[in-house]
Design a protein around this ligand. Sequence first.
Ligand code: ZN
Length: 52
Amino acid sequence: MPAPDEALQQALADYEHHLRTCRQCHADAVPCAVAKHLLRLYNNARRGGARR
Ligand SMILES: [Zn+2]
């Protein structure tokens, strides 16, 4: 398992990359299901990495 910070940054990078490349997220103001999933992973990583 990678370090919490690394997982967090990777999750954010995945999410931002999706927003950039997904046409549905671009066209609609509402994020698609994949974006929601990635955002959830990011929030989980943030919560998990918050405590030290
Ligand atoms: Zn999307």
